[in-house]
Design a protein around this ligand. Structure first.
Ligand SMILES: [Zn+2]
Length: 114
């Protein structure tokens, strides 16, 4: 399961950050997940709940913010929301598009108790 390895990586980051802040507990974690990242938010939550036991984040809540896949046209500058990677510009039909968001996943915020 792809989500489990993501969560394993996430916990490495959490423990590192918690150690930096000399935190006793992680209270909540907020992740941004792009809708085209290939990650299923529900599976991510399940993986988080399995993994968090006996860690510094045992009681932490995982909040997931889903962001749509958004591109910008390099030709006419139009920005648009799409649901797959093979897209053309709505305005000028160019395929020269730049991804703005929605294909990755990152840690937005974490609350800790020190
Ligand atoms: Zn365009």
């Amino acid at each position: 399961m792809h989500e489990l390895s993501i969560i394993a990586n996430l916990f490495e980051i959490l423990e590192e950050k918690a150690a930096e802040k000399e935190a006793k507990r992680v209270l909540s974690v907020k992740l941004q997940v792009g809708l085209l990242s290939g990650v299923v938010p529900d599976l991510l939550k399940t993986a988080f709940d399995i993994y968090k036991k006996e860690t510094i984040a045992a009681e932490a809540e995982l909040e997931i913010v889903e962001v749509p896949f958004k591109v910008k046209c390099n030709v006419c500058g139009a920005e648009m929301v799409k649901d797959d990677l093979f897209v053309v510009c709505d305005a000028c039909k160019s395929t020269d598009l730049k991804t703005l968001q929605g294909t990755d996943l990152f840690l937005l915020k974490m609350d800790v108790e020190v």
